[in-house]
Write a protein that binds this ligand. Structure first.
Ligand SMILES: Nc1ncnc2c1ncn2[C@@H]1O[C@H](COP(=O)(O)OP(=O)(O)OP(=O)(O)O)[C@@H](O)[C@H]1O
Length: 387
């Protein structure tokens, strides 16, 4: 039996979790390194807690230009615990800075981790984490653009995500939930994109030892149903190829507006089988999604490259980058680092199967069904202590 969807839309946490109550602006939290942080206004709500503007503690109140956000959740909630483990292991500022330098990158879209700790108030314990403050998320941008992104933008997003994924994979983690609502623009630079929400991130290779392939029926379809990988549909823990497969589905959706299985997201087995058929016959999948004159050859080549990857294989990041670069060349564009969120001409020609449905601009938004099996919000075996 497939598990039931936990929730539709962006909110996707099991209802039983406690939501952290709102703290007043000015509340001071002290991290494990004895550094004091001050809370500002709450600016976001996750499934388990609130996100506040934040800054280093000083006499000044935290303004709307704050450089940090502070995520606060009841201390017994698993997802912040596992997200925090990711940030502590892989998002220390010097680690990211060294990678940027050694890989000659302009930037790397992983929010930096600045501190964390436990905070007690009125007999309740909260866990908090300080990370970079970011701006708008790409799902909003996608909707503003009429639910298709220009090809140049998609290829540039793909290139930025390859950089991000190569980094997090090299640091023993996979993200497992890449999607527009988990991509955010920098607060200060509209050309920088960040991958957020590491609540489902999985340490696929602790101390360099890759997890074995094992299907667990309780974990089937973990992730966001339309984008999740075939590995996840089968209940296997996500690996590096899973992240790239998810990225590929995102790029297809951004390019043509919808994925062929979006009409039946309530049926996870149908979604799984559609993805498996797509992998078996990539050309046919491309024909379903794109008209002959709009077919992006680079996406087909990208998918073919992924198809040959084994569960434990390291993806050929450089080759994948060159495939996306070749796509930019085809449209006489280059990776100039500029993220241009311009609506695509409404008269995009679509193949018959897709265009016979509701006109694209009037379709309801993608129904983000999120599965989080009982094993999610992983505690890495629950043996680590954070504070
Ligand atoms: N670094 C950030 N800077 C600015 N706003 C952020 C940042 N991270 C998250 N947000 C905002 O806070 C909201 C909640 O984010 P959070 O990562 O807690 O939740 P989520 O992705 O909805 O949920 P979940 O807790 O289920 O994983 C986001 O939708 C976003 O608007």
């Amino acid at each position: 039996m497939p598990p039931k969807a936990k929730a539709a839309g962006k909110g996707r946490a099991p209802a039983k979790r406690k939501l952290a109550e709102e703290f007043p602006p000015g509340e001071v939290l002290t991290d494990t390194g004895k550094k004091a942080w001050k809370l500002g206004a709450p600016i976001g709500q996750g499934g388990f807690g609130l996100i506040y503007l934040g800054d280093e503690n000083s006499a000044k109140p935290v303004g709307s230009d704050a450089r940090y956000v502070i995520k606060v959740e009841p201390s017994d909630n698993g997802p912040l615990f596992s997200e925090l483990k990711f940030y502590m292991r892989a998002a220390k500022p010097e680690l990211i800075q060294n990678w940027i330098k050694s890989h000659k990158l302009k930037n790397l879209g992983v929010p930096k981790y600045w501190g964390s700790g436990l905070h007690e108030k009125e007999g309740k314990r909260y866990r908090f984490m300080v990370i970079d403050r970011l701006g708008t998320d790409l799902q909003k941008k996608f909707e503003e653009c009429g639910k298709t992104f220009p090809r140049k933008l998609v290829l540039q997003l793909g290139l930025r995500l390859l950089d991000i994924l190569e980094y997090i994979h090299d640091h023993e983690y996979v993200h497992a939930d890449i999607k527009a609502s988990n991509l955010m623009l920098s607060h200060s630079d509209p050309n920088q994109v960040y991958l957020v929400d590491y609540g489902l991130a999985y340490r696929y290779s602790p101390d360099g030892v890759h997890k074995e392939y094992k299907e667990d029926p309780k974990r089937c379809h973990d992730g966001t149903i339309e984008f999740t990988s075939i590995d996840a549909h089968k209940g296997a823990s996500p690996c590096r190829r899973s992240d790239l497969e998810i990225l590929c589905y995102c790029m297809v959706q951004w390019l043509c507006g919808r994925l062929p299985w979006e009409d039946k997201l309530q049926d996870p087995l149908y979604v799984r089988d559609s993805k498996m058929r797509c992998q078996e016959n990539i050309s046919q999948f491309m024909t379903k999604c794109f008209s002959s004159q709009d077919k992006p050859d680079e996406i087909q080549r990208f998918m073919e490259e992924l198809k040959s990857l084994g569960y434990q294989d390291k993806p050929p990041y450089e080759k994948l980058r060159s495939i996306l670069q070749a796509g930019l060349k085809t449209i006489q564009a280059r990776d100039d680092g500029k993220m241009e969120f311009t609506p695509v001409n409404a008269a995009v020609s679509l193949p018959a199967q897709v265009s016979t449905q509701i006109p694209l601009l009037h379709q309801p938004g993608p129904q983000l069904l999120h599965y989080r099996g009982p094993g999610r919000g992983r505690m890495d075996g629950g043996v680590d202590c954070l504070c």
